[in-house]
Design a protein around this ligand. Structure first.
Ligand SMILES: [Fe+2]
Length: 256
C-alpha cells in the first residue's frame, strides 16, 4: 500500500468493512466535531457507561478524535464551561476509558440567542481546534439575529463560526441562495451524516446532498445523541462514502 493508502485506507478495506457492517469506515475522516457524547448534561448520552460505549463505537468506525459538543441552550440546557469540564473529566477518569484509543476534547454547540451574545461579549466561549465555534439555530423558526452582523462580532473575537446542520432549517428551503450568502460572509457549514442517510426525512436529505454537490460543506458531523445513531452511520453505502471522500472536508485537518 502506498503512502496515501496508508493514510486514508484502501478501497478494498472500505468495501470489506462495509460488507461486515463495521470496521474503519470513517478512518479517512478521523475526527467527529459534532456529537453529544458527554454524560448527563444534555439530550445525548445520559451516563458514563453509555458515553464509554459511544467512544468504543467511534473507535470501531475508525474515528481517532472526538470533539464533544454538548448543547448550551438556556433554559433547556443550562450548560457552562464548568459543567462541561466536569462531565468531560467524569468520562476521562472512568474505569475502562484508557483502553479506548480515541482522543477526546470538549467544546460546545451554541444556540444563537441573547445568552450566546452575552458569552461572546464576555469571552466565555469554548472554541476548538483553530478557533472554530459550533453554533446552531432553531429548527422551527427563523432567528431574530442578523447573521451578517453576527459574523462581524465573531471575527472581532478571532473566531471562525460553523453553522451546524444547515440542511435541517427547513424554513430556508425556499431561499436556496441563503447558503451561498452565508458562505460568502465567512460562515462554515457542517452537514450531519445522518441527514445524508435520510434519517431526519427526505427534505433534509435532499438539501444535504445539494450542499454537498455544490461544494458548500466544510465539515461532516455525526451529531450522535444515542447509541443507535452509530448503527445508522455504520450503514452508509459505498457510493455515498466515495462521494464524501472526494470532497474537501476540514475535519481531517483539525488538531486538538
Ligand atoms: Fe447537536
Amino acid at each position: 500500500m502506498g503512502l496515501l493508502g496508508n493514510i486514508f485506507g484502501s478501497k478494498k478495506d472500505t468495501l470489506q468493512s462495509n460488507a461486515q457492517g463495521q470496521g474503519p469506515l470513517y478512518s479517512w475522516l478521523g475526527t467527529d466535531m459534532h456529537n453529544h457524547v458527554l454524560p448527563g448534561i444534555d439530550d445525548g448520552s445520559q451516563d458514563v457507561e453509555t458515553s464509554l460505549e459511544f467512544l468504543r463505537r467511534y473507535h470501531r468506525l475508525g474515528f481517532r478524535q472526538v470533539i464533544a459538543s454538548p448543547h448550551i441552550r438556556y433554559p433547556q440546557f443550562e450548560n457552562n464551561r464548568e459543567k462541561i469540564k466536569a462531565a468531560f473529566e467524569a468520562l476521562e477518569n472512568a474505569p475502562g476509558r484508557k483502553e479506548i484509543p480515541v482522543k477526546l476534547v470538549y467544546s460546545a454547540e451554541y444556540y444563537l440567542d441573547e445568552h450566546f451574545l452575552e458569552l461572546l461579549n464576555n469571552d466565555q466561549l469554548l472554541p476548538f481546534g483553530d478557533n472554530y465555534l459550533l453554533t446552531e439555530l432553531s429548527l422551527g423558526h427563523r432567528s431574530f439575529l442578523d447573521m451578517d452582523q453576527l459574523i462581524n462580532k465573531f471575527f472581532e473575537k478571532g473566531l471562525r463560526p460553523i453553522l451546524a446542520h444547515p440542511e435541517r432549517y427547513l424554513y430556508w428551503n425556499k431561499m436556496p441562495d441563503m447558503f451561498e450568502k452565508l458562505k460568502s460572509r465567512g460562515w462554515l457549514l457542517q452537514v450531519n451524516l445522518m441527514s445524508l442517510l435520510g434519517y431526519y426525512g427526505k427534505p433534509e436529505q435532499k438539501m444535504a446532498n445539494h450542499l454537498l454537490d455544490e461544494d458548500l460543506v466544510d465539515f461532516i458531523g455525526t451529531d450522535a445523541h444515542k447509541l443507535k445513531h452509530f448503527d445508522i452511520i455504520a450503514g452508509i453505502d459505498d457510493k455515498l462514502l466515495q462521494k464524501l471522500k472526494s470532497k474537501y472536508l476540514v475535519n481531517n485537518l483539525i488538531t486538538v
